[in-house]
Write a protein that binds this ligand. Structure first.
Ligand SMILES: C[S@@+](CC[C@H](N)C(=O)[O-])C[C@H]1O[C@@H](n2cnc3c(N)ncnc32)[C@H](O)[C@@H]1O
Length: 280
């Protein structure tokens, strides 16, 4: 089976623990739902025939949509070729600053916005996605002289996957995105992390605080009642244990690249929670 892989580096990306996520996933299911898709590590690994993917981040979802659409995909690729040739520190800031003029930015064609998102992700410091209170991308340049936006054949592989499989792409709140989930569907939640101390978790202009974690736990329970397979990953925190005490909590070690100051790298405890017996 040909598999794609994340086309962007994304905070909380799950490539590091992908084997464990596969181990705890159900063997069979109907539709796959990923309400916080980010870079989509598990989506690409499972490569399901039918899926609903979603993220709150409009720029990210626009890239998935351009990867799927034949015409936009082609235009995006030639734009990326251009960016690779023009790449320099000055060019990086020129592209980064396009969102400073909102009226102009909102009129930019989708394929150009998508190319910008991929390019900035590859050329910015640590592959971070961070915007300020005006929703302006503000990550510094990574100072590399070359940028590789395509990652070999990866974009083409994803283009085919999104076309030949039945994949619906949404850009809404997680709760809205699972409203059609039914018995035997599989939902994987990878929300912004909870923390016992306050750390960086601002993925979009909206933060994801403890109240959001509680709202998510209610949705988890509701899907459990519907007869869905539900899996969730998060940090191993007190709140997470309390919210999911009625379910199977598997504690795992993960290496993390992006945290509070964007520099510390180390092992942290994470959990994979399921509402079904799995992978033991
Ligand atoms: C931990 S990341 C997902 C990482 C992903 N699994 C990967 O492998 O790259 C969390 C994602 O949730 C999205 N998000 C935050 N709040 C949301 C909400 N209320 N509804 C839907 N998505 C949200 C963020 O934009 C971010 O992409």
């Amino acid at each position: 089976m040909i598999k794609g892989k994340p086309f962007v580096k994304w905070a909380g990306g799950k490539r590091q623990i992908i084997d464990k996520l596969i181990k705890y996933s159900p063997v069979e299911f109907n539709t796959y739902f990923e309400p916080f898709v980010g870079g989509g590590a598990l989506l690409f690994e499972l490569s399901p025939d039918k899926a609903v993917i979603n993220d709150y981040n409009a720029e990210l979802i626009n890239v998935y949509e351009c990867l799927k659409d034949e015409k936009k995909y082609k235009k995006m690729c030639s734009e990326l070729n251009k960016y690779e040739t023009l790449h320099s520190e000055e060019f990086y800031f020129e592209i980064r600053n396009l969102d400073r003029d909102k009226a102009k930015f909102n009129k930019m064609p989708d394929y150009k916005r998508a190319s910008r998102t991929i390019y900035l992700n590859k050329a910015c410091f640590n592959g971070l996605y961070r915007v300020n209170s005006k929703n302006e991308f503000n990550v510094p340049f990574n100072k590399k002289t070359k940028v590789n936006t395509y990652d070999g054949e990866n974009l083409l592989v994803i283009h085919y996957l999104l076309n030949f499989k039945d994949i619906k792409i949404l850009n809404c709140d997680f709760e809205e995105s699972i409203k059609d989930a039914k018995k035997n569907d599989f939902i994987y939640f990878d929300p912004p992390y909870d923390s016992d101390t306050q750390t960086f978790n601002s993925y979009t202009e909206n933060g994801f605080d403890k109240e959001e974690q509680k709202r998510l736990a209610k949705v988890f329970k509701e899907l459990d009642n519907r007869g869905c397979y539900v899996m969730l990953s998060n940090h191993n925190t007190k709140l997470v244990h309390e919210l999911y005490k009625d379910y199977h909590i598997h504690v795992i070690q993960a290496k993390r690249n992006i945290n509070a100051n964007g520099q510390k790298r180390g092992k942290v405890e994470e959990v994979i929670i399921t509402n079904y017996e799995s992978g033991e």
